[in-house]
Design a protein around this ligand. Structure first.
Ligand code: CS2
Length: 490
């Protein structure tokens, strides 16, 4: 059965839905870049809230920003389905649950009409703009400054109608200001520490290049709460679509699947209202920093720690890599010896329990999350997820072999071929040609000069540089497993 408002009342009885009248929902949130993660996470909390009294004004307008065939296909699929889609939640020890999520009430494909997309955000009914534009999408340098002279931003700033998330928001805020409409709150939902602060820097930084007055107004009037987001959401391939649709009995052209765990911790500083999310499981706090630090430096970092060596060893699926005793030991030792000692637990959270929980989430065989997905864009991820731990461990003169091993694996991973000879996609949009040259330089230490490691201060430690070079040589001579078992594990 196809999925649309017409068929919504006749779906298979096993499909679960939040109880509200979809046709009465009005948009109040715009989301920039509607990826799978957004549809498995924020859209779910909105779907829950829409079932509460007086919350019908918080539907989501999805805005796709990228001009790619995949984005155009997603837009067409979601528009044909009236924004409806299935989300299959996969617990480790219970049957999957198929939900139809109804909170995405409109979908705008910005490349079709960029000016119209900006106007959509200027609508006074839109009071919150959320976004998932990835770690690299903020154009921050290693000192945390917005890179307005990055070629992508120079190009965007030169356009009359901008394409970037920050350009779109700045121009929409200009229209609101001119019309005397209160600004929306900007809520970044990316895995970036202090994501609200970073979003502010990027948006104000972009606007400053265009119009200093507007930049000043944004900086004075727009709220940028930070938040920590968490739900493991694999990429959806063609074979997954067929599998999910066969199981749900619904012909969904854009299904999503994910684990059953979900968490959202949000700073409560919204400038023009927000949904009653606290009633549907969102934790509001005045200080998100400890939550996001723990999540990024434990969960996401451990993901990278598994994915880079795991892919090289020939694994492709997270739960398979978790069956490898040596990789598993690496993750445990990284958490216990490297990450946890540098972290402050948020109130009511025990770090060891959190670590054990995330490892059990990774073991969930019901979701076949992809190591290549996690390894992709490591050039943006490592500085966010690994750098604080790496810099801390090296600065304190502690045992840095797991860090040296990971960075050496990153360099080897860039070659795009695993130890069994199989090729995989290396998706590294933020790595320059110069970086690639450094990664493969005859002198293995040169790789530490790649832009991804700039500001980590690793080269200041001779001991670390030696260890890194040794790891690279060992990987080459003996492969990942032997290096891990003889030179890394305690
Ligand atoms: C992963 C995240 O891509 C990655 O690096 O670590 O996508 C991770 O699955 C999510 O942040 C979980 O909340």
């Amino acid at each position: 059965m196809e999925l649309s408002m017409k068929t919504l009342g006749n779906l298979p009885a096993t499909v679960v839905m939040s109880d509200y009248d979809r046709s009465a929902v009005r948009p109040g949130i715009a989301h920039l870049s509607v990826g799978n993660f957004h549809r498995a996470h924020q859209a779910v909390y909105v779907d829950r809230v829409l079932a509460l009294p007086e919350q019908g004004g918080w539907g989501i307008v999805g805005v796709g920003l990228l001009d790619t065939p995949a984005e155009a296909a997603k837009a067409a699929a979601l528009q044909a389905q009236d924004g409806l889609y299935t989300l299959t939640e996969c617990p480790a020890d219970k049957p999957d649950v198929v939900r139809v999520i109804k909170s995405l009430v409109e979908y705008v494909h910005a490349p079709a009409d960029r000016a119209a997309a900006i106007c959509r955000l200027a609508d006074p009914a839109i009071r919150v703009v959320t976004m998932t534009i990835t770690e690299g999408g903020y154009y921050m340098d290693e000192a945390g400054q917005f890179m307005h002279s990055h070629p992508d931003m120079v190009e965007d700033l030169a356009r009359q109608v901008p394409h970037s998330a920050f350009g779109v928001m700045a121009e929409a805020l200009r229209l609101r200001r001119e019309a005397g409409v209160v600004p929306f709150t900007v809520l970044s939902c990316d895995n970036v520490p202090h994501n609200g602060h970073v979003a502010r820097k990027a948006l104000v930084g972009w606007a400053e290049q265009r119009d200093k007055d507007l930049a000043g107004w944004i900086s004075q009037n727009v709220a940028f709460p930070s938040c920590m987001v968490d739900r493991i959401t694999p990429a959806v391939r063609e074979a997954d679509i067929q599998r999910l649709d066969a199981a749900s009995g619904i012909q969904d052209r854009a299904p999503v699947y994910c684990e059953d765990f979900i968490q959202w911790v949000v700073e409560d500083t919204f400038s023009s209202g927000r949904p009653d999310w606290e009633k549907v499981g969102v934790l509001f706090t005045q200080d998100v920093a400890p939550y996001e630090q723990v999540k990024l430096r434990m969960l996401n970092a451990t993901h990278s720690m598994m994915a880079l060596p795991g892919v090289l060893m020939g694994y492709r699926v997270v739960s398979d890599a978790m069956q490898d005793a040596s990789l598993y030991a690496l993750l445990q030792q990284f958490l216990g010896f490297d990450a946890e000692p540098l972290l402050q637990a948020p109130p009511g959270m025990a770090l060891q329990e959190y670590g054990a929980l995330l490892l059990s989430r990774f073991r969930n065989k019901a979701i076949s999350d992809q190591l290549v997905r996690i390894a992709s864009d490591s050039a943006s991820k490592l500085p966010v997820f690994i750098r604080p731990t790496a810099s801390g461990v090296v600065a304190q003169g502690r045992d840095a072999r797991r860090i040296a091993f990971l960075l050496a694996c990153f360099c080897a991973y860039l070659a795009g071929r695993d130890e069994k000879g199989a090729a995989y996609d290396v998706l590294e949009p933020h790595l320059t040609d110069e970086d690639k040259k450094l990664a493969f330089d005859a002198d293995p230490a040169k790789a530490l000069e790649m832009s991804v490691f700039s500001g980590w201060d690793l080269e200041k430690s001779d001991a670390f540089v030696t260890q890194f070079v040794e790891m690279r040589q060992a990987l080459k001579a003996q492969g990942v497993r032997k290096t891990l078992e003889t030179g890394v594990l305690a």
